[in-house]
Every structure is written in C-alpha cells, then in structure tokens.
Design a protein around this ligand. Structure first.
Ligand SMILES: [Zn+2]
Length: 325
C-alpha cells in the first residue's frame, strides 16, 4: 500500500459561472501527485498538464495564481489520457491524501464528464491533510493555508506554490511532519458517490465522536422520520443513546439535538443534509461528546429560533388582523 498525495489545478468558465457547463463547473488543467511508501518516504512524483477542452481561456481568478501559460496548456495531454497514465502510475486502491476536501470530488466530476470509468473504491476513504494538521496541533476547528503550514513546519520553500506538482510536494512534506500514530485514525470519506441503499451507508468511529452517512431521501422531513438515522449508539461503549433535547433545524439544512449515554454523558448530535442533482437529499450525521458550554450553546440556539419564530408568527397575525379592519 502507498500513500498518494494528490493536488489538482482547475479552470472555470472565463465568462462567468452562468455560461459554464453545469456538469463541469471546474475543468482540471494540471494533476500533481507524490507517492509515499508505507513508512511515508517519498518514492516518486507524477505531473501532467492537461489541454482544456471546454474552457480554453483561463479565468482571470485562475490566471492570478497559476503559473501555466496558454502555450503549455495547448501542449498538454487530454484528460482521459492523463487519467490512464495516472492509474498506470498508482492504484485506485492506494490511500489518497489531499489538502482540503475538494480535489477528489472535482477529479471524479471530471472523470464522469469525460467518460473515464470511476475505478475508485466505494466508499472512497482518504486523508485530508489540512484536517489532520488541525487534529495534530489540537486546533480542531482551525484550517491553515498550505503556505502557512509549510512555514509552521519550517519546510524549505524549494518549489512554487499554486502549481499541482509543487502543492502536492508540500502536502507530502507536511504528511511526513505529522505525528502519524496520533492522527492516522482520522481518515475521512468522499461522498461524491453517495450511498444508494442501506448496505452502502457509512459509519465511521473516531476517538472523540462518530459519523454516519445515510442513503438518499426524497425530502429532509422524510429523513427526519427515519429510524436508522435517528437511532444512535454511543461511539465509546455502543449503548443506545437517549434523546434529551428534541431535534430542531438550526439552519436550512442543519438539524441539532442532544442525546445521553447512561455511562458517557451528554452528546451533541448534528445532521447536515446535502442536496443532490436529482432533487434528493442524503444526511451526514455526527455525534460528539459535549461539555456544559457546548450543551448551553445548543439550548441557546434553540431558544433563539423559537423566539424568532414566535415573533414572525405574531407579525403575520397582526398583519391579517389589520386586513380585516
Ligand atoms: Zn457510552
């Protein structure tokens, strides 16, 4: 098994999103990757510049950061050929690592668009090195830029930033700098191909919480009545959790609640809905231990929403009364 650190550069429609292809908001123009062995030694590198097919002019935002010239792009290879060479160089079964969460999604979207067979395993587990760094430094909600991470670890700046090859190289260097035994349990999964049925639903258990990805539902309301989504177990002991604060919508696609394990105490539970192109939804549910402040924050949010709703209903009532008079 190898680790494959992957970084992509992409372009978008130069005339604005509304003129672009809906199925291809971002067209990949460069693939950079670094191969590390099981002991995280760098053993090989891969780079391909891709000749764009849909967006041939570089968007001004892309132009600002990227180092590729129109001439280099013109001499690039087609996306299907680049992918063929990529999977001759590495295996889809290798452990993929990226900086942030977008690259594997955009890669698969481009594969679909250009009719390259998706050979990745399902579910596609991977490491988000940006997240692992936050875990390693005990700053869970913080996300550093690649350049500031390179500076933090005092990695020599011997390559250019904002090129796929350079960024993949730096991400590999950061991967080497992490306390691997501490962070390796924090794998994540890419949901570009979301679970289609009960068998494909995903459960992941971490030292400080758990995650569950559901199958598709026609509506959020239907999902919020689903027993398998709302039946929860403690990630530490497996006991059934008991509901303490009823689920409420804290945002349009986010629901929150508090449950309790008889042994491990209060847990924060959150469901985030993701909408799909077919109009359906799937849910990502997370459970984590809660301290008093976190519990209070949930209760405050719930109260705020209740007050807002009451105020809104009151206004409606006043308005209809006014009409009658
Ligand atoms: Zn428990």
């Amino acid at each position: 098994m190898n680790y494959i650190v992957l970084d992509l550069e992409w372009n978008q429609c130069p005339y604005g999103k509304e003129y672009g292809k809906k199925a291809l908001p971002f067209e990949i123009i460069e693939i950079g990757a670094v191969k590390l062995d099981e002991d995280r030694n760098i053993v090989d590198e891969f780079r391909r510049v891709i000749k764009p097919k849909e967006y041939k002019k570089i968007h001004y935002k892309t132009q600002k950061v990227i180092h590729l010239t129109q001439e280099q792009l013109k001499n690039g290879v087609g996306f299907p050929q680049a992918m063929e060479e990529f999977f001759a160089w590495c295996s889809p079964q290798d452990t993929f690592c990226t900086w942030g969460i977008s690259d594997l999604t955009e890669l698969q979207r481009n594969m679909d668009y250009f009719k390259v067979k998706n050979v990745f395993p399902k579910p596609l587990y991977y490491y988000d090195i940006q997240e692992l760094m936050a875990v390693d430094l005990d700053e869970r909600d913080k996300r550093r830029t690649l350049e500031s991470a390179v500076e933090y670890y005092r990695i020599k700046k011997e390559r250019e930033f904002h090129g796929a090859a350079g960024d993949a190289f730096y991400t590999a260097k950061i991967l080497q700098a992490l306390h691997w035994e501490k962070v390796r349990i924090y794998y994540t999964f890419n949901c570009y191909r979301n679970p289609q049925n009960k068998e494909e639903e995903i459960t992941a258990i971490y030292p400080d919480g758990s995650k569950f990805v559901s199958r598709e539902f026609a509506t959020k309301e239907r999902a919020m009545k689903d027993r398998s989504l709302l039946t929860m177990q403690c990630f530490q002991c497996g006991r059934s959790l008991r509901n303490k604060v009823k689920w409420f919508a804290s945002q349009q696609k986010v629901y929150e609640s508090i449950y309790k394990c008889p042994k491990h105490g209060l847990m924060l539970c959150k469901i985030r809905f993701k909408s799909l192109p077919n109009g359906n939804y799937f849910a990502v549910r997370s459970i984590e231990t809660a301290d008093d402040a976190a519990v209070q924050a949930v209760l405050d949010r719930k109260e705020q929403i209740k007050i807002r709703r009451r105020r809104r209903n009151g206004q409606l009532r006043r308005r209809s009364v006014g009409k009658r008079v």
